[in-house]
Ligand binder design. Sequence first.
Ligand code: SF4
Length: 419
Amino acid sequence: MKKSVYIATLGCKLNQFESEALAESLRGSGFDIARKIDDADTVVVNTCTVTNQADARSRGILRKAKRLGKFTVATGCYATADYDALAHSDFADLVLGNTNKFRLAEFLGSHTPVTVDGDFPQITSFERTRAYIKIQDGCEKFCSYCRIPYARGKSRSLAPERILSAARSLAANGYKEIVLTGVNISDYRYDGIRLARLTGDLLELDGDFRIRLSSLQPDEFEPELIDYLGHPRFTDHFHISLQSGSAGVLTRMNRHYTPEYFLGLTDRIRAKKPDCGLTTDIIVGFPGETDIEFEETVSLARRAVFTRAHLFPYSHRKGTRSARLKDVHGNVKSEREARLREIYLDTAKDFIGREVIGKPQRVLIENIENGTANGYTSNYLRIFFDADGNSANSFVNVVPDRVTAAKDWSADLYGSIAD
Ligand code: SF4
């Protein structure tokens, strides 16, 4: 049995969560988890297939591990969507689709494989400060550019009582921030219980922690979620996936809302909590995107005032409807991506100057290096400050006094602990 395993993770928070669950199940099945690829016998790549670049990065790590003489395993969304191609490749010794991901210990020859709920594994300890609960999987929206519904299957949700019990034990284990994750958590539904109700029940639990929601879909956004803004256990932040600010492009993407609807939603949110953090995803250069349509996205981004935006230059995904459409030239995509970055960062800095600078923020300290602490505010802004004797994984009130643009295009705050 190949004793030590290195896990490389690509993609979303859900994949990161599942890699931690995989590590926990492998440890329980008698394997060591290596921190470096060189120290491992087996290299597992938990792949992503959101973009061509993600596929290429997955193959790159597998090839490198193969050259190093490792036993290589491909799992995750790319391994599920392109199973045959990987299974016939010369760089993946074992390919496990998402449904078999948590049987890895068995496939690696463990005589005492830990049985894990393949759909909703539970984890009790995380490498990081933030803890995650997977509450939903799958997606049935079939956006015209996306392969995820083919890699993750039909939408399904975890029973509320299992989520509440997972949150209780995480809070009891000292986790201060719990993130609800899935492929499309807006589609959480179990016996008539939807995300807003579930969140409300979680906020009733005892303990010194806060709940953060991962990515939400505009057309499935429950307005009741807005009522939780300002609640001491709810983070004042929503990540709502826009993708485009043009009605024409949204229609071609098979996304079912209008730019006006989206702006109405962000206005309602900011009316309730003016300093609420709003983050989003935007695809630039979707097939057929004209200059006018791109300008519609630009003006919406200015108007919505995102505190952060993940920008994705469009890439054809095999098997999707949009892959049949004529692609926009790469240079045009890069120009539009660069321009939109400038714009959202400028509006983010203005927003922060107006709503955040000089006002105490409740921060969860994630790391401390050479006396300097960093962590995230409730409205999901990264902040750096003198730790002043405080420790990681604790809440402190920090007053931000300046904002700068960070290398990774986010607006970083600097400040000091409130008196
Ligand atoms: S909501 Fe759309 S983009 Fe997101 S996973 Fe589902 S199909 Fe893909």
